[in-house]
Design a protein around this ligand. Structure first.
Ligand SMILES: Cc1cc2nc3c(=O)[nH]c(=O)nc-3n(C[C@H](O)[C@H](O)[C@H](O)COP(=O)(O)OP(=O)(O)OC[C@H]3O[C@@H](n4cnc5c(N)ncnc54)[C@H](O)[C@@H]3O)c2cc1C
Ligand SMILES: Cc1cc2nc3c(=O)[nH]c(=O)nc-3n(C[C@H](O)[C@H](O)[C@H](O)COP(=O)(O)O)c2cc1C
Ligand code: SF4
Length: 654
């Protein structure tokens, strides 16, 4: 049989390490640690990724010193002895699953908020970061402090190796401390640590030497390097090639090439895949060191292409492994279509509260409470109503557990509102929520009935043991006077109907939700060539859009000439205009328009619940039908509902 991904699946020797394949989990601080110690949650999370076939795991958020510690202490602190037993358990867990593990040591330097740490913020120079909203000026490190930091990092490396780690990576990218020394944008020193490339490299080269002195010549040692910071006065490809050549002489075993700084190094949905492959190829032409390259390598096809084109030796996969820990095994088994794809939405994984999660994979970070699925003890007949993200997840999970599942969907295709979400410009990858589940319901033999609106009679005719309502939500009509006029549409109406004939202008009225629905409508209308005004009571446009997406969104709105009216509310809608009023001061403006699109909240489409509550053994409401929110909630609740079939019986859960 033809091997689908011959490069990706082939083993690789990295220093003294034999890797079972070329797939490397990129470092990501997950924020599951407790008081700086790896937790049971970390172990379960990394175990799933190692078990999923990944050859090498690099742990991120592994902090170099107390001066880069967040007050909540939920990242790894390898400098404390009390963390070592946790590291030992973590390493043993990963090794048991056949993967190797490297610890990336990072100091955030000026990229930690002064309000987030109990320590003074430090950097090579007293220059505020352009990426920091607080514009705080850091303390410029003295030579003694630099030497201490070099030693501190080497001690962390020694500790990690003593816990069983297979190697060490030094973080010198993304505009964090190592990168701050390298970059002319942040290093303005006039001593031996600033100025020329060899001087800016001195901190890193001294750290490499210190790690070697403490840990020995055989230790696998890598450096993460920005191929291009994407800043006008920052590191560009030519600088990085020169730096890579110097590093090759300084005794490192591999380079991990990345692009961007804080705000851009985790590229969002709609941006190119494998953006660092080009600069990695340039570095590869200049040095013979093994190269690792990642960023938005979401499918095995992209990974294979990057390897086949010779841009790198190893493929780094970050969020795609959060979204699907079995990414590698599915690729190897020829089941790539089943991979739960990372959409690049940034909605859950960068969320600091509660630690890293994933919109598309509710089990990420919840491996202890949502463990691997097993066959149910009692097999049941389940009816799921609604084929949006929530209903699909319920159907897949229940069917995986062996239950007989029937899914009713009134539309002609699966996907629910997520289909509309994927019509927002640059957000087509949100279909990655639906497609793999569509494959799974087919594989698992779920009886999917499309174009079938289920009423109580149809549901009861199935004589189900359990019913899960995943019927979503209905957009509210605006209460603004004139809201009933013919040229007024709700958001779903706009997305379903497509381009309105003859309209040259539109006003979008956001109720302050500030999420993709409303700004997505603005973008769509602007893309269709309409002049658009956006009205919101918020201080900000897109107040709830993930931070990584905001600068790009605002630039696009500006480029399209969208009129943004913040801290404003609609007073009335007329046949050819909307009258708005500033919340403070009350000044009124009349916006001429052909079309009005309203975002006025949603109400749960839960009518069936009343009819079924006493008629079926078990009734569960999930997702927007329980309370209108987002895709992540629908999928999480769908997952729980699928698991609960046959377990929680004879009760209703709402
Ligand atoms: C334009 C737009 C953009 C969005 N962007 C995002 C985003 O970027 N990120 C995000 O997280 N969320 C986004 N959302 C919200 C998100 O899509 C919803 O929160 C999510 O889809 C809810 O999932 P669900 O499964 O609960 O319900 P839905 O997706 O609404 O699915 C419910 C399904 O049930 C079907 N149904 C209803 N009644 C019956 C019946 N009686 N019989 C048979 N079938 C029935 C419906 O046809 C529908 O397919 C967006 C929404 C819209 C409209
Ligand atoms: C939650 C989160 C935490 C991250 N933490 C780190 C880190 O500690 N060190 C690092 O070098 N990169 C970190 N990254 C960046 C990733 O390593 C990776 O470069 C980035 O996510 C792009 O790759 P991807 O598209 O495969 O996710 C983090 C990314 C995420 C999403
Ligand atoms: S939350 Fe979105 S960007 Fe983050 S891992 Fe999941 S799908 Fe990818």
């Amino acid at each position: 049989m033809r091997v689908r991904y011959p490069h990706l699946l082939s083993p690789f020797t990295l220093g003294r390490l034999e890797l079972r394949n070329r797939a490397v989990m990129l470092p990501m601080g997950a924020r599951y640690a407790v008081d700086g110690r790896p937790s049971d949650r970390d172990r379960a999370y990394f175990r799933a990724r190692a078990r999923g076939g990944t050859g090498l795991i690099i742990t991120g958020g592994t902090l170099a010193a107390p001066s880069t510690t967040y007050a909540d202490r939920r990242l790894f602190e390898p400098y404390t002895d009390s963390a070592l037993p946790g590291f030992r358990d973590l390493v043993a867990t990963v090794h048991r699953e056949g993967a190797k593990i490297i610890g990336q040591i990072v100091h955030l330097g000026r990229e930690i908020g002064a309000g987030d740490t109990d320590w003074a913020v430090i950097a090579p120079s007293a220059v505020a970061s352009p990426a920091s909203g607080q514009r705080q000026v850091p303390h410029a490190m003295t030579r003694d402090e630099i030497r201490d930091m070099v030693d501190q990092q080497a001690r962390c490396a020694e500790n990690l190796l003593s816990a069983g780690y297979d190697g060490i990576e030094l973080h010198a990218a993304h505009g964090y401390l190592g990168g701050q020394f390298l970059s002319p944008a942040s290093n303005h020193r006039d001593d031996e640590y600033g100025g020329s490339i060899p001087n800016r490299l001195r901190f890193l080269v001294e750290t490499i030497a210190a790690v070697r002195a403490r840990c020995g010549p055989d230790t696998v040692l890598g450096v993460r390097l920005s191929g291009d910071e994407g800043l006008e006065n920052g590191l560009r490809a030519a600088d990085s090639v020169a730096i890579a050549a110097e590093l090759a002489r300084s005794g490192v075993d591999y380079l991990s090439i990345t692009t961007g700084i804080k705000g851009t190094y985790v590229p969002e949905i709609g941006t190119p895949h494998a953006p660092a492959a080009g600069v990695a190829a340039e570095v590869r032409r200049a040095v013979t060191l093994p190269l690792l390259v990642g960023q938005r390598i979401t499918t095995p096809e992209i990974a294979e292409r990057v390897l086949a084109e010779g841009a790198a030796d190893l493929i780094g996969i970050g969020r795609a492994l959060v979204a699907d820990p079995d990414w590698f095994n599915k690729a190897a088994r020829g089941e790539a279509a089943r991979i739960r794809r990372c959409t690049g939405c940034m909605q859950e994984c960068r969320n600091a509260i509660g630690g890293m999660a994933c919109m598309n994979n509710p089990e990420a970070g919840r491996e202890l409470t949502l463990p691997r699925l097993s066959r149910a003890a009692r097999l049941r007949k389940v009816v799921v109503v609604g084929g949006g993200p929530g209903g699909l997840e319920t159907a897949v999970v229940a069917a995986e557990r062996g239950h007989a599942v029937t899914l009713f969907e009134q539309a002609a295709e699966l996907g629910g509102q997520a289909r509309l979400a994927a019509r927002v410009p640059r957000r087509a990858e949100l279909a990655g929520v639906i497609e793999p589940r569509r494959h799974d319901v087919a594989r698992l033999g779920v009886d999917v009935r499309l174009g079938a609106r289920a009423g109580a009679a149809e549901i009861l005719a199935e004589a189900p043991d359990a019913v899960v309502l995943a019927t979503g939500a209905v957009a509210n009509r605006t209460g603004v006077p004139g809201g009933g006029l013919e040229h007024v549409r709700t958001l779903p109406e706009l997305f379903e109907a497509g381009r309105p004939a003859g309209a040259g202008s539109a006003v979008v009225l956001d109720d302050g939700t500030g999420f993709w629905e409303a700004v997505g409508a603005v973008e769509l209308l602007a893309e269709w060539g309409l002049h658009v005004d956006l009205v919101t009571p918020s201080q900000m446009v897109g107040a709830n859009v993930p931070a990584e997406s905001m600068p790009f969104l605002l630039r696009r709105l500006a480029d399209r000439g969208v009129g943004c009216h913040r801290l404003s509310r609609p007073v009335s809608i007329e046949a050819e205009a909307v009258v708005i009023e500033e919340l403070f001061g009350g000044r009124r403006t009349r916006l001429e328009t052909d079309l009005v699109v309203t975002s006025s909240g949603k109400r749960a489409a839960d009518e069936l619940a009343g009819e079924l509550r006493d008629a079926v053994p078990t009734l569960t409401l999930i997702g927007d039908c329980l309370a209108p929110r987002r895709i992540a909630h629908a999928i999480l609740e769908g997952n729980r509902a699928g698991r609960a079939v046959g377990v929680l019986e004879n009760r209703s859960t709402e």
